[in-house]
Ligand binder design. Structure first.
Ligand SMILES: [Zn+2]
Length: 92
């Protein structure tokens, strides 16, 4: 495959957050298959993204809220759950 230009650094960070539109994400996914430099950047961003959950203050939701959330997760897990599905559910 021919090397194309490197994606913009902001697009790499957005990719790590699953915040790109499908066409842009596909371009980067393809690029990462042959560009170890960009792959290393995305992996670093994903490590940081993985740590973000530890920066949020602890919150104990009401039982009915927790039950509703777990019902939604169970429904999604029963289908073909992906990050995109979870984000779509979250934005409703
Ligand atoms: Zn690259």
């Amino acid at each position: 495959m021919t090397m194309t230009r490197h994606p913009d650094i902001d697009d790499l960070s957005a990719f790590a957050l699953c915040a790109l539109d499908p066409d842009a994400a596909e371009f980067i996914q393809t690029h990462l298959e042959y560009c170890p430099d960009c792959l290393a950047i995305v992996r670093d961003y994903r490590r940081v993204v993985g740590l973000l959950r530890f920066t949020a203050p602890l919150y104990n939701p009401a039982e009915h809220v927790k039950a509703r959330l777990l019902d939604r997760v169970a429904a999604i897990a029963g289908s073909t759950a992906t990050t995109d599905v979870l984000l779509q559910e979250h934005s409703k």
